[in-house]
Design a protein around this ligand. Structure first.
Ligand code: URA
Length: 235
């Protein structure tokens, strides 16, 4: 198949855009930068990349974002920038959305995808997908905080599922593991134990840790193995 036709078939670039992208050196085939869009490729066996991101016949796209502070977990917002604005073209036009929400001032690991079914299953409390957060708070947490997290505390009239709290020795920070995602859940749980969260970072999602090579605001595509792990976690 012609390279430009391949890019239109996967819905990433028009033929004209594919020609521009090859001229700009943005496309590689089996590791070699190609300069012509009318060359032929084998879409089954050749490894094609656009801006370093492998392109396959997959219906969906999956990116890890190291979310910076100041961005809202949405695709549109009248007031603040949205996490999807950090996607590079052409992925900014492929209907990706954040899988779950992090508060505007929360940073760290976030999945952006257009696979609605997988996203829905990952977020469903039925699947108990673990999310780990590193927090710092303004005062030592109450001594019974671990037990209250483990029992499943009440937030107002809302019962929370059991969660794990591992406090730092001075109790003004630590790591919390949740299997659900209620509104401001960690901030409210910490508040219930006598302190206010002053910084919050998601450090893992479904057992996959935030990639230390990903700077705040950066994205990278998931590996095939990571997509498989997410599917497995949401089974
Ligand atoms: N809990 C919170 O309070 N905020 C987040 O962003 C995520 C979990």
């Amino acid at each position: 198949m012609r390279l430009d036709k391949f890019f239109t078939a996967v819905g990433l670039l028009s033929r004209k855009e594919a020609a521009g992208a090859t001229r700009a050196g943005r496309i590689t085939v089996n590791g070699e930068t190609v300069r012509r869009a009318d060359g032929h490729i084998d879409e089954q066996s050749d490894l094609i990349t656009l801006d370093g991101v492998p392109v396959g016949y997959s219906e969906f796209d999956y990116f890890w974002l190291n979310k910076p502070s100041g961005y809202v977990s949405a695709t549109e917002d009248g007031r603040f920038p949205c996490v999807t604005e950090l996607l590079p073209p052409p992925y900014d036009k492929r209907g990706l959305f954040p899988c779950g929400r992090l508060d505007r001032d929360t940073v760290g690991l976030m999945l952006l995808t257009n696979d609605g079914e997988l996203s829905h299953r990952l977020l469903s409390p039925r699947h108990h997908v673990e999310k780990e957060y590193r927090f710092i708070c303004d005062a030592p947490l109450a001594l019974d905080a671990e037990a209250r997290f483990a029992e499943g505390m009440m937030l107002g009239s809302e019962p929370c599922k059991p969660a794990v709290l591992l406090c730092d020795p001075d109790r003004t920070g630590g790591v919390i593991t949740l299997t659900e995602g209620k509104y401001h859940q960690i901030k409210r749980m910490v508040e219930a134990c006598g302190a206010t969260v002053i910084s919050l970072e998601r450090i893992s999602f479904a057992g996959i840790a935030l990639d230390p090579s990903l700077a705040r605001g950066e994205l990278r595509p998931l590996t095939d193995e990571e997509i498989e792990r997410l599917r497995h976690a949401a089974d």
